[in-house]
Design a protein around this ligand. Structure first.
Ligand SMILES: [Zn+2]
Length: 137
């Protein structure tokens, strides 16, 4: 593919069994493939891939669609990093981090998670920040 300009890219919501993502592509089939890649799953495992015109404006935006927009305006849920519960916009006590990239069930989970992260940072400054890495003991 050549000369993909930002204007031509459309937003698609690609959903697999457990997780989903927003990808920007010219067509549904490309979006589906890209989504499978991003979700680290097989093409055939993608359950749905649908256009979300309201999110087209985020094409080419660094970091993509903010999680806060997805959860608050598009009924997505995000896992609380501390207790792993899915948090959606009907969670009355939910709180967002400063960059609107992470939601927590409540201030308590946020405080606990920040403690955990402080410990991690201290222990693993030199390590990769790739969350998919697993520690081999
Ligand atoms: Zn939580």
């Amino acid at each position: 593919m050549t000369d993909t300009t930002k204007q031509e890219l459309k937003a698609f919501s690609v959903q697999a069994d457990e997780y989903g993502c927003i990808v920007f592509a010219k067509s549904g089939i490309v979006a589906r493939r890209q989504g499978a890649n991003e979700l680290d799953t097989e093409f055939s495992m993608i359950e749905s891939c649908r256009r979300v015109p309201a999110l087209d404006k985020y094409a080419g935006v660094k970091g993509g669609v903010p999680w806060k927009v997805l959860v608050e305006e598009h009924d997505w849920s995000q896992e609380c990093p501390y207790c792993c519960r899915r948090v959606s916009n009907d969670e009355p006590d939910r709180v967002w981090n400063d960059t609107a990239s992470q939601v927590y069930c409540d201030v308590e989970c946020q405080a606990r998670q920040e403690d955990v992260e402080r410990t991690w940072t201290a222990e693993a400054l030199a390590k990769s920040s790739n969350q998919r890495n697993k520690e081999v003991v």
